[in-house]
Design a protein around this ligand. Structure first.
Ligand SMILES: [Zn+2]
Length: 359
């Protein structure tokens, strides 16, 4: 199918910035990158299925970002950490109650008490609190649970420079199993961050095998694994979705998980989108083969990222431009609608609660 393009509004006027950043960081020169008609903000209002909530984010500010970038809805995962997080689950629930068409509230998994490995083998109190909150019907998901994570605190202006942020917790722990069971009982998805290196991938396999009724979203393109590994997981586990949280590469001053960081510490990390906008051919084939199994997300988690929201969304629009229009629509919007059981009346794939069925 022929893919029509038009120049992305707001992209070309920034050409001077793009040139400057290319000179400064030696990156590819993307030039004035076109967004396909099927992926622009008119044709495709997006669902940002992986974003975080900090205490200093107001609902109205978030809506301002979304409206400017052409984002219709956002999943809010509260960061309870005492750094620049300081959000609460109740804050997310209040935003979703006030603007039900714009937000899905999560019960946050980023909490200081879950940094302790003992919390994952003994009763952490998290479960009973989460169950009580789910009973209110105000929450649409659980997570993001940070299990295997490369810390970046000292590389960016976060407030907790005294800790690395490295985390290594098993994905097949007793608490993770119970969280999966709880999510299945309330039919809400669980979002996990787990870099898909061999040991973690084996743990994820055990979690998925024992929790076939839990909708598990494995963040960052299913742990940034290679396309063949992601495909094998998706084939074996119909209850698995991959979110592309921060896997698109902003054209201006590229940063984030999608750039392959930290290449010096791990060799397993695969690239979805190159600097300059092109999509890796094996990843493009993966998305076309499993069009119902991916969602997008900006992964906006720290104040230094707030001004970059539109840039990350623009990166996703360039990524979606490289896909068939129907695939782009599903990944950019419809799959998240189905995942969270919400409906976009404009699309025929607007609602289909339950597990993914294709791919
Ligand atoms: Zn993550």
């Amino acid at each position: 199918m022929t893919i029509a393009h038009r120049r992305a509004p707001g992209r070309c006027p920034r050409l001077r910035l793009v040139l400057l950043s290319a000179l400064l960081i030696g990156g590819a020169l993307p030039g004035c990158v076109p967004v396909a008609t099927h992926a622009d903000r008119v044709a495709l209002p997006l669902f940002d299925a992986h974003t975080h909530l900090n205490g200093d984010m107001t609902a109205e500010t978030l809506i301002e970002w979304m409206d400017r970038a052409g984002v219709r809805k956002m999943a809010l995962m509260p960061r309870h950490y005492s750094d620049d997080g300081r959000a609460t689950d109740e804050q997310a629930a209040a935003y979703a109650a006030k603007y039900p068409d714009r937000f899905v509230a999560f019960i946050g998994g980023q909490r200081g008490d879950l940094w302790n490995s003992r919390a994952w083998t003994t009763d952490s109190h998290f479960l009973s609190q989460a169950e009580a909150k789910l009973r209110t019907g105000r929450y649409g998901g659980l997570g993001e649970f940070i299990l295997h994570h490369y810390g970046y605190n000292r590389l960016v202006p976060t407030t907790h420079q005294h800790i690395s942020g490295d985390i290594e917790l098993p994905a097949d722990s007793p608490l993770m199993f119970e969280i999966a069971d709880l999510a299945a009982r309330f039919d809400v998805p669980v979002v996990l961050h787990a870099e898909a290196e061999s040991q973690t991938a084996a743990q994820m396999r055990r979690l998925l095998e024992r929790s076939p009724r839990t909708r598990i979203v494995w963040a960052h393109n299913c742990g940034r694994g290679p396309a063949a590994q992601v495909a094998a997981f998706l084939r074996a586990h119909p209850n698995l979705m991959c979110d592309l949280g921060q896997m698109a590469v902003p054209l201006v001053n590229p940063y984030g998980y999608g750039t392959g960081w930290p290449a010096g510490r791990s060799r397993h990390i695969s690239i979805v989108q190159y600097r300059g906008g092109d999509v890796a051919s094996d990843m493009r084939d993966l998305f076309e083969a499993f069009p119902d199994r991916f969602t997008i997300g900006t992964d906006t988690a720290h104040p230094f990222q707030y001004p970059r929201y539109g840039d990350v969304i623009e990166g996703f629009r360039v990524l979606l431009s490289k896909l068939q229009p129907e695939t782009a629509r599903r990944i950019g919007s419809d799959n998240a609608e189905r995942l969270f059981g919400t409906r976009d009346p404009r699309t025929k794939h607007g609602v289909r609660p339950g597990l993914a069925t294709s791919g």
